[in-house]
Design a protein around this ligand. Structure first.
Ligand SMILES: *Cc1c(COP(=O)(O)O)cnc(C)c1O
Length: 341
């Protein structure tokens, strides 16, 4: 363990900091090897790897949290493991067993313990598991060799000066096709989102909202996060569509809305011309937990939900509860927390 980690936890952003060790396991001749921690943060792969040319790749993102007792814990890593298996199936890669995935995450968090930020800073250790097709391959077909890797990097809290709403704009581009790969966390979905994001940022918005690719009438995703709203009659609503990436944060919030806040929960269509039914709205995902949505710009009009400057009360409660669970300050539902020891 590196004892001389010298990081100003309060100044951390979301960028790569090289830590001491990362995990690697190689799939060859039809099986995964045992896997090990390595120091080298570089990968050495064939120039003909399928991941480089045809995007045969998938990834995950989760965090290790420091509790006030100083312990380190992961939030629902089994869900990330299962989602990675779904992504693998969609792009014909061999699945990583759930236990192997969780063990790799624990090993990486443990080996880089010194980089897990202190409790109370809001900062965390971000873990990035991913899989790539490697080896000599030119044709469009699945690789015969794969690398499963997990690295980590300390990241700051998403909102430095406290949680604040931001505005979004509807994109005319799609992030996924109706029966495409939108529900899989595969690299290929993201290159195409860089340009729409750049356009939204250029107009002064935090990011863009994607509509359903078939009819462009319903909200699907907010950048690389899921969308939810609170209706005027106090329901937690979130879009249901086969081209949305199933966010673990979203499913956790659905449970919290119901079990902790007593709200009704609905996964259903949310029409962009019926935003009036919502009194609050937010984007959710591992990175930000919740980004409150001030307003959404559509065809020249900015539709404001609760407020452009203040976080709505339900959104705030959802955020505080989930954040509290993740950092060990609020009692978690059975099975949500895995201790790193
Ligand atoms: C990863 C991701 C999310 C959020 O998923 P979480 O499991 O909550 O982190 C949402 N949308 C897209 C497109 C994503 O890639």
């Amino acid at each position: 363990m590196s004892s001389n980690v010298n990081i100003d936890w309060g100044k951390l952003g979301f960028s790569y900091i090289k830590t001491d060790l990362r995990y690697i396991s190689v799939y060859k001749d039809g099986k995964w090897d045992e896997g090990k921690l390595v120091e080298d943060n570089m990968l050495y792969i064939s120039e003909a790897s399928t991941s480089l040319h045809y995007g045969q790749e998938c990834f995950e993102g989760l965090k290790a949290y420091r509790t006030k007792e100083g312990k380190i814990q992961l939030f629902r890593p089994d869900e990330n493991a299962k989602r990675m298996q779904q992504s693998c199936r969609r792009v014909l890669m061999p699945e990583i067993p759930v236990e192997k995935f969780i063990d790799a995450c624990i090993q990486v968090a443990k080996a880089n313990e010194a980089y897990v930020p202190p409790h109370g800073t809001g900062a965390t250790l971000y873990l990035r598991p991913f899989m790539i097709g490697v080896g000599d391959n030119v044709g469009v077909k699945p690789a015969s060799e794969y690398i499963f890797r997990v690295f980590c990097t300390p990241v700051g809290p998403y909102f430095k000066g406290g949680m604040a709403p931001v505005n979004f704009t509807i994109s005319e581009y799609d992030r996924a096709a109706p029966y495409g790969t939108g529900a899989a966390k595969v690299g290929g979905n993201y290159a195409g989102s860089l340009y729409p994001h750049e356009l939204a940022a250029g107009k002064g918005y935090a990011d863009c909202v994607y509509l359903d690719p078939a009819t462009h009438t319903k909200i699907e995703e907010v950048g690389a996060a899921n969308f939810f709203g609170i209706t005027k009659d106090n329901k937690f609503v979130t879009p249901k569509s086969p081209s949305i990436l199933p966010s673990i944060t979203k499913y956790s919030l659905m449970h919290i809305a119901k079990a902790y806040l007593g709200l009704e929960v609905e996964e259903r269509d949310i029409y962009v011309d019926k935003l009036d039914e919502l009194k609050e709205a937010g984007a959710c995902g591992t990175a930000a937990v919740i980004t409150p949505i001030g307003g959404i710009e559509y065809k020249g009009n900015l539709h404001v939900f609760h407020s452009e400057t203040e976080v709505g009360p339900v959104t705030k409660k959802l955020y505080d509860t989930l954040y509290g669970i993740q950092f060990g300050d609020v009692k978690a539902p059975e099975g949500w927390i895995v201790e790193v020891k």
